[in-house]
Design a protein around this ligand. Structure first.
Ligand code: AFP
Length: 357
């Protein structure tokens, strides 16, 4: 059927036989892939399936929920709760962790996920995605919230689905980053992009520039230099993209390089960033690092960032390694007060940011 083309199941069996011998992780990832197929079918129906629009509810993030947010959340839970691989789940759409119902066997893994990332794009037919992260729960007891608060380095698998012109599943089990394309006729994910690697250099950046007045100086400095192009210190012109669907921006960067920034800003000091650590920044950071890129919160790797609460937000700067390292250097120079002339009166209280992890 697929002469020379590996299916997801075959790939996982090959990749995981050295990592875990029980097939549980492969089984879990296949259950996640089944949920992705369900979500892909719903998003593909658009207005035909009655899936568009919002419902009269605000989620824990304070965001109005879209119908598909709820349906995608139900699809992941319904596909993964009963297989005996999971000890619990944490969803962007649920305030508290989801306990595996008593009638199902509890397993050894935790699944953190954003069922539908970019959902504000659903009604305008722009690509959206699902993001997931797998951790180990090595206790006999059911997990409590603290058991989900593990740093990103402890992930044993992570991935995302992108519901675009093609539906793709991009994942890592710690042995590189690999892309699978859904063959809709047959319903199989086929390995089409093995061993993805992000170019270390790029001339393309992604940021929501409407937030410029809220940025820290290192970001302003970096973006100003990109905009100055060949007339400035970078000596070459840059291009800008912003899809406002993290999965879509990240996928482009995986395919051709680039740097994605959703930095800390002063728009809402109670939120040190927009993106959530446990089910957006950590899984995407794992994917990016496994593809030779870098993923930073500006002052260190995302995967080393402490996890303090389930829906905690962090700054995110990721993509082509040399650009991310440059941006981290700009943060270090700012914190050291050596980044003249970018020190801004707006940020005189350097301790406001420097002390935070
Ligand atoms: P939604 O899921 O509310 O659409 O948010 C998507 C997202 O978390 C991330 O996927 C985007 O990169 C980012 O927000 C876009 O944020 P802005 O709308 O502020 O540009």
């Amino acid at each position: 059927m697929y002469r020379g083309r590996t299916t997801l199941s075959k790939f996982l069996i090959e990749q995981l036989h050295e990592v875990t011998d029980d097939g549980q992780l492969a089984g879990l990832l296949i259950d996640v892939a089944a949920a992705v197929k369900t979500i892909a079918a719903m998003t593909a129906k658009g207005g035909l399936g009655g899936y568009l629009g919002a419902i009269d509810n605000t989620n824990v993030q304070g965001e109005v929920q879209k119908k598909l947010d709820v349906l995608a959340n139900d699809a992941v839970i319904g596909s993964c709760e009963w297989g005996g691989m999971l000890a619990g789940m944490l969803s962007e759409e649920l305030e508290d962790p989801y306990a595996i119902p008593a009638e199902y066997k509890r397993g050894r893994y935790l699944l953190n996920f954003d069922p539908l990332d970019g959902s504000s794009n659903i009604d305008v037919n722009v690509s959206v995605g699902t993001i997931f992260s797998v951790l180990v729960h090595d206790k006999e007891t059911a997990p409590d919230t603290a058991d989900f608060l593990q740093i990103g380095r402890r992930q044993i698998a992570a991935g995302y689905a992108i519901y675009g012109p093609a539906t793709m599943l991009v994942l890592t089990v710690g042995k590189g980053t690999h892309g699978f394309t859904l063959d809709r006729e047959v319903g199989n994910f086929i390995l089409t992009h093995p061993d993805l690697m992000i170019p270390a250099d790029t001339s393309e950046f992604a940021i929501n520039t409407s937030n410029e007045r809220f940025w820290e100086p290192p970001i302003t400095r970096y973006v100003d230099e990109c905009k100055a192009g060949k007339t400035g210190v970078r000596g070459r012109d840059f291009n800008m993209r912003w899809i406002a669907s993290m999965v879509a921006d990240v996928h482009r960067i995986l395919m051709r390089g680039g740097v994605f920034m959703y930095p800390r800003d002063t728009k809402d000091p109670s939120k040190p960033g927009r993106l959530r650590l446990l089910y957006e920044a950590n899984p995407i950071g794992f994917i990016i690092e496994q593809a030779g890129g870098a993923a930073s919160f500006g002052r260190g790797p995302i995967l080393d960032h402490p996890a303090q609460s389930p829906h905690q937000r962090v700054p995110v700067i990721l993509g082509s390694k040399n650009e991310v390292e440059r941006i981290e250097r700009y943060h270090a120079e700012y914190d050291a007060g050596t980044d003249k002339p970018y020190a801004s009166p707006l940020f005189q209280e350097r301790s406001l940011y420097r002390s935070e992890a």
